[in-house]
Design a protein around this ligand. Structure first.
Ligand code: G6P
Length: 609
């Protein structure tokens, strides 16, 4: 989704802003722009497409000079992908430049008001309206004008604003869309993501909703939109530059798939007291009493996080024996849900910023639910707004297609299941058995990764087909959904995931000669039933690709291609079964020549509803 980077200090900032934008590219965008203030004059450059196009543009115009500036990558919401719609946007009165993430919901009414006052708009964006409004309200103090304008708007924003009349001021603000102020040595770097800041400083102030920060070269102050001072909370960013660089890998997605064993060891570290059958989750311990009373769990998220939540639903009901339901956050939020007493809502999210998930979380809390976060990004909105939570600790995920975060989410949900289950129906031995299995997962993932080249070979034989099915049952029905999502989001192949049994209720009509049908057919309670479903597809000419348990000879005779995973207890099998599917999707995208880390139209973190 859109990205912001801004700078105030003593350095020439064009290069720094460009580098910041490049570190934000992974979030997804379709145009980019920059404004720098020098000697009381604003200079702008914008380009459609990649940041490299903006770089070329800057070179053509001889570059922008100055030590105060802001830059943006835009992911279109209001208005097409054009240069006039790219940020920064300016006003037509006092020389304001503004970049914005989010959506100004009442922009139409504000635009009419401003047009009546004689302002002329150059773009179709909601953002330009905010730039004009700040200009309209400007009376010699940028901070005050921003506060006043923000009192008039509804919607979500993270903004950075500069003004020709104030060469020593950068004003930033947030509501509903992340923004942090990095504190450097005699300089400040603002970013919508720690990745834009970390090369310069690890000290940062994450802004809270309705916070406004006025930043000058000598310091900063934070207030709310009514100018009431707010005490800033400085935090240490837990991010290494190395973690957000490619190293020897061709793509971030590939790096992150291969990082999974290490990431999972991190997720588990210090949290399993296997001999006692006890899980130690520091983040939720203080809610012990409330969690013992939990009568129902609602797991919610979007995209890959929802698939993890669905597996969480199976885990909690099957093992901890707590009624559980997984639901799209976007649907939960708007269907007037019933939240009974002692309900726990679990918000699952890599970024911790997904607007739909955040909105569902707020709705559930409003209705009295206790809330837990299963989140990767430390200090993110969801992590701050939940009563307690468990971090994934898988390190920054840059690839748009989520992989290692999914593995981390499943691991945390399994630990939460043991934690809750131990309080009710799970014996210490049963917990200990599951924990021993969990501890072995990272090594088993390592083993699957060794078959990468074979998976590539299998994918080569399928990559020309435009329609695929992914089928699984029980715990691996959500895995099938995840396999299909991975394939479609980066290779642009149409893929559908569904419960294997559902296939015969309609989708079977699609099966024609050679159509790839990927079955998750590992050993488990429904193995025989999955075998029958395979027969049904095979009988109609479909090409069977099976993810199966090592040593299974029966499947070798039935399927056209078999991708083996090590033996594992069924409830944890999605953690292994998903890995060959991730690799297949990766290879399919590379073989089809797509930009794996920057798939078209997608954003890493979707901060609009
Ligand atoms: C976007 C991404 C998906 C991701 C989903 C939820 O749509 O493209 O890969 O699964 O958001 O993101 P979250 O950060 O909440 O896990």
């Amino acid at each position: 989704m859109c990205g912001i980077v801004a700078y105030i200090g003593s350095k020439q900032c064009q290069q720094l802003l460009l580098e910041g934008l490049k570190r934000l590219e992974y979030r997804g965008y379709d145009s980019a722009g920059m404004a720098i203030l020098d000697a009381g004059r604003l200079d702008l450059a914008k380009a459609v497409g990649k940041v490299a196009n903006l770089e070329d543009k800057l070179e053509t115009i001889g570059g922008l000079r100055g030590t105060l500036g802001l830059a943006h990558t835009r992911w279109a919401t209001h208005g097409g992908v054009t240069e006039p719609n790219a940020h920064p946007h300016t006003d037509d009165k006092v020389g304001i430049a503004l970049v914005h993430n989010g959506i100004i919901e009442n922009y139409a009414a504000l635009k009419t008001y401003l047009e009546e006052k004689g302002h002329v708009f150059k773009s179709q964006t909601d953002t330009e309206v905010l730039a004009m409004l700040i200009g309209e309200l400007y009376e010699g103090d940028l901070e005050k004008a921003v506060q006043a304008a923000l009192r008039e708007v509804t919607g979500a924003y993270a903004i950075a604003v500069i003004c020709e009349k104030e060469p020593d001021t950068l004003v930033v603000a947030r509501k509903g869309s992340p923004l942090m102020l990095g504190i450097g040595n005699g300089e400040f770097i603002v970013g919508s993501d720690p990745a834009a800041i970390i090369a310069h400083t690890a000290q940062a102030v994450p802004l809270d909703d309705y916070n406004v920060a006025k930043v000058t070269r000598s310091g900063f102050r934070t207030t709310d939109i009514h100018d009431v001072p707010v005490t800033p909370k400085v935090m240490q960013l837990e991010l290494d530059l190395e973690q957000i660089e490619l190293g020897s890998f061709a793509h971030f997605m590939q790096k992150e798939i291969f990082e999974q064993p290490k990431a999972l060891r991190n997720t588990l570290r210090g949290r399993l007291e296997t001999r006692e059958g006890r899980v130690v989750l520091g983040g939720v311990a203080r809610l012990d009493k409330e969690l013992t009373k939990a009568r129902r769990v609602i797991l919610t998220g979007q995209g890959t996080a929802l698939h993890a939540a669905m597996i969480g639903e199976y885990l909690m009901e099957d093992l901890a024996k707590i009624p559980a339901v997984a639901e799209y956050a976007s649907e939960f939020r708007y269907r007037n849900p019933i939240v009974e007493e002692n309900t726990v809502v679990v918000a699952v999210s890599q970024s911790g910023e997904t607007a739909d998930t955040l909105a569902a979380l707020r709705e559930a809390r409003e209705r009295g639910a206790l809330s837990l976060g299963v989140v990767n990004v430390v200090g993110s909105s969801i992590s701050r707004e939940t009563d307690a939570g468990v971090y994934l600790r898988v390190g920054p995920e840059i690839g748009v297609a989520s992989t290692k975060a999914f593995a981390g989410q499943l691991t945390v949900l399994a630990m939460l299941t043991i934690y809750l289950g131990r309080k009710r129906f799970m014996s210490a031995d049963q917990c200990a058995d599951l924990m021993r299995e969990l501890e072995r997962v990272p090594d088993k993932v390592d083993r699957i990764l060794e078959s990468d080249q074979r998976i590539r070979k299998v994918t080569e034989g399928l990559v020309d087909r435009e329609n695929w099915l992914f089928l699984g049952r029980g715990y691996n029905y959500p895995t099938a959904l995840e396999g299909a999502l991975k394939l479609k989001e980066i290779s642009y192949i149409h893929a559908e995931g569904m419960p294997a049994a559902e296939m015969k209720h309609g989708p079977i009509a699609l099966i024609n000669d050679g159509m790839p049908a990927v079955f998750i057919a590992n050993k488990g309670r429904q193995y025989d039933k999955v075998m029958s479903n395979i027969q049904e597809v095979k009988a109609r000419g479909g090409r069977i690709i099976a993810v199966a348990t090592e040593g299974d000879d029966q499947i070798t005779r039935l399927a056209d291609d078999v991708l083996f995973i090590p033996e594992i207890t069924e409830p944890l099998s999605p953690m292994l079964a998903v890995v060959p599917l991730q690799l297949m999707a990766y290879h399919a995208a590379v073989l089809r020549g797509h930009d794996v880390d920057k798939p078209r139209n997608l954003a890493k973190s979707v901060t609009v509803e």
